[in-house]
Write a protein that binds this ligand. Sequence first.
Ligand SMILES: Cc1ncc(COP(=O)(O)O)c(C=O)c1O
Length: 386
Amino acid sequence: MTYDFDQIIDRRYSDSTKWHKYGPDVLPLWIADMDFVSPEPVIHALRARIEHGVFGYGMELPELNETLVDLLYKRYDWQVSPESLVMLPGVIAGFNLAGRAVTVPGDGILMQTPVYPPILRAPTNMGLSRDEAALMRLADGRYAIDFDAFKAAITARTRMFLLCNPHNPVGRVFQHHELTRLAEICLRHNLVICADEIHCDLVFQGHPHLPIASLAPEVADRTITLMAPSKTYNLAGLKCAFAIIPNATLREKFLAARVDLVHGTANLLGYVAALAAYRDGQPWLDELRRYLAGNGDCVRQYVDTHLPPITMGTPEGTYLAWLDCRQVQIPLNDPYTFFLERAKVALNNGMDFGQDGQGFVRLNFGCPRVLLIQALDRMRQALATL
Ligand SMILES: Cc1ncc(COP(=O)(O)O)c(C=O)c1O
């Protein structure tokens, strides 16, 4: 290993949300950032930019756009023009802007639940209805798309499908045939697709990411794709993301929605970090993916061996495990509070991901393995007291 992902970095007394929210006796495996340092080229580039000492309004970096265009072509055989890229301070801002750009109050946004809470909340922010299509949990803990439920959730007022792929929290990386079917249905119903693909780089062997917009020009024509270096290179605090909107009319609407809500461009240090990460971060990312896959296997084996009847599907991407605790006799069917109080491990409450998250918790395994095992040991000991 060239990079030391086993290194423990003390973030407890830093400005980290993850490490600050709970007391010093709690191990935080909740909010989605990783306890790893970013790649050295990123730190080097930031240091050089900081030395300049002037931090007025920045501008988009043409070199970043060119690097992204190259990358999208190399990775996905997807050809986009540099003009189709729109810089953003974050992906959450991106899907909220997409909603504002294509809907009017009373319309609906379609989504697959359980899902990342800000996606779940997005329709309410805009006076829209939430058109929910529940994913189907199979016996082995894997989730599949229930296409009948998906079609049934579409109403005459549904305007946009807010896709999350790779999916947070269930860890699926949707396959070509699944995405094709979703796209066909959206086309048939004239829906705009907003694809939150923030976890696209964090996929494991045998589960390649496929941007839905890269399926066909007619899909790209109605899709707003959102990506970012923030999950991949652990840069969430630098606030930099981007949208890919090949359709000029749709892009204009999105830009009009962005004008005052996201005044100016994104964070200039975010651009600097993003450029260095995408240009020079690949060797780091290759090893990170191997490490995360190892962590995912570790959680899976631990859960199977030591935590039954808790079950989970094998993560195909992301660094999130979605634990089904419904068969455990946990007070009030509330595993979040149970593990927080009795194990001193902070996870995400499944209820925050929608009604079908009741009895589930989300565990973030983007941390050194010893820490992960420490948390799992604590959870095992807490369960033993039941
Ligand atoms: C699916 C998904 N979208 C968006 C975000 C957050 O994006 P940002 O911090 O760029 O707004 C996250 C963070 O966990 C996420 O998992």
